[in-house]
Design a protein around this ligand. Structure first.
Ligand SMILES: Nc1nc2c(ncn2[C@@H]2O[C@H](COP(=O)(O)OP(=O)(O)OP(=O)(O)O)[C@@H](O)[C@H]2O)c(=O)[nH]1
Ligand SMILES: [K+]
Ligand SMILES: [Mg+2]
Length: 428
């Protein structure tokens, strides 16, 4: 097994840069630079020198023994001064040592998975945590990283294994008269797991929104003030505004943090029958993107028309240019009137949807849970008529348990690994 090293902190100038070394030669390599090492988990200030004795830096050295480290291997972290030249010099000195090489992206985390320090869902959670930009993303990712999905899988799996064991016990005694009918208990165990899985599956779509962001389309007739509102929300001139009806044609996207939720506002072409070819294309795009969005804000003019686009139950309908009206309702991108209330309403709607997210966060999780549910349904089917096969039911249940294990990467995951680790950056 190679010993790997890489800068764990972001590249560029900084106060401190952390260089991480992991593998069987980590301690030897660090000792060669630092002369001596502090006890595990205790920081020690050391002068780092290369093989020629040239002083490279004065750094804090932290050692983690095999079995008690991020990767599960011997790990040393060097907290160097954060200049690119210092980091380059230390990396060079490490690379000159036998058995050491630069880590590939995600390789530290991959070793953590291979050594059983993290399960596959936790690895995904770590990836999401490193990408998290908003509070909701941070909380969701940390929940997964801390092993919440693994804990649930363990409970479901326990129920399934018990159900299968109960059935198998009756198979073993098939020739004798077994007095106890295990079917009620087995049925209860199966339906308990199946219901819990359904709740999780339904939450995945919302968990994905928390990770990838909610889309909110601003739609309405031309000149309602849509682009002006978008610019106010963005705090910059993201879209062109003018007194000409039909100014916006392309969909303009502005990503932001809305009360802790990741959202992308879409400014769209004003909806009307147009004789202009280019505007007509813009209107078709507006309708397409707005229909696919999670939420629509209909900004109306004096006519109050909303035609051209179907309204969803949660969609918000508002008068634009509220500063010109009687001033009681609506929103104004020019003065900001009503914008805080609008943001509050959007946040309330999205937060109530986000609360449906449970623990599972990805389509991969939903897919495994659907497979498990399917296998449970087949087992229930075998048991329900009293004519089905107990053996087949037990086999279905074990299949369900295996589908759940794949969530954590215990089986059949090689193909998934490259895809997952490709998203990691160097040093993680
Ligand atoms: N008084 C007032 N004028 C506004 C407000 N919002 C926009 N306007 C003006 O109304 C005109 C149209 O604004 P836009 O933001 O371009 O409207 P739009 O809905 O994006 O228009 P299209 O892209 O053409 O569909 C511009 O002259 C704006 O300055 C507002 O809240 N109050
Ligand atoms: K306009
Ligand atoms: Mg516009």
């Amino acid at each position: 097994m190679d010993t790997i090293f890489a800068q764990a902190t972001a590249r560029g100038k900084a106060g401190v840069a952390v260089i991480r070394i992991s593998g069987p030669r980590a301690m030897t390599a660090a000792r060669a630079l630092a002369g001596s090492l502090p006890a595990p988990r205790q920081a020690g200030l050391r002068r780092l020198r290369n093989a020629e004795g040239v002083l490279l830096d004065e750094a804090l050295v932290l050692c983690f023994a095999k079995g008690a480290s991020f990767t599960g291997e011997d790990v040393v972290e060097l907290q160097c001064h954060g200049s690119p030249a210092t980091v380059a010099a230390v990396l060079r000195a490490l690379g000159e040592q036998d058995g050491l090489r630069l880590a590939e992206p995600g390789e530290f985390t991959r070793r953590a998975l291979e050594n059983g320090v993290l399960d596959l869902a936790q690895v995904e959670g770590l990836g999401d945590l490193l990408e998290a930009e908003t509070e909701a993303q941070r909380r969701q990712a940390l929940r997964v990283l801390s092993g919440a999905l693994g804990e649930k899988v363990a409970l479901w799996r326990e129920s399934l294994i018990r159900a299968a064991a109960l059935l198998e016990a009756t198979i073993d005694f098939a020739d004798e008269d077994v007095p106890v009918d295990v079917t009620p208990e087995v049925t209860a165990l199966l339906s308990g797991v199946s219901t819990a899985l359904q709740t999780e599956i339904e939450g995945v779509a919302m968990a994905e929104r928390i990770r990838d962001g909610f889309e909110i389309a601003i739609v309405g007739p031309p000149n309602a003030g849509k682009s002006t509102l978008l610019n106010h929300l963005a705090g910059r001139e993201a879209a062109i505004t003018s007194e000409h009806a039909g100014t916006t044609r392309d969909v303009i996207e502005v990503r932001m943090d809305l009360r802790g939720l990741p959202v992308t506002f879409l400014d769209t072409a004003g909806l009307r029958d147009s004789a202009d070819d280019v505007e007509t294309i813009g209107i078709a795009r507006a309708i397409e993107r707005a229909t696919a969005a999670d939420l629509r804000v209909f900004l109306l003019d004096d006519s109050g028309r909303t035609e051209g686009l179907a309204q969803g139950p949660d969609d918000i309908v508002l008068r634009g240019k509220a500063d010109l009206g009687d001033g009681t309702t609506g929103v104004s991108g020019r003065t900001g009137q009503g914008v805080a209330e609008l943001v509050e309403r959007i946040a309330a709607i999205l937060n109530s949807r986000a609360s449906r997210a449970v623990t599972a966060t990805r389509e991969r999780h939903a897919e495994a849970m659907r497979r498990a549910r399917g296998a449970i349904a087949e087992a229930q089917n075998q048991l329900s008529h009293g004519m089905g096969s107990t053996e087949l039911a037990a086999e279905d249940i074990r299949r369900a348990a295996r589908a759940l294990e794949s969530l954590l990467g215990r089986i059949d995951v090689e193909t998934l690994l490259d895809e997952i680790f490709a998203r990691f950056c160097l040093g993680k």
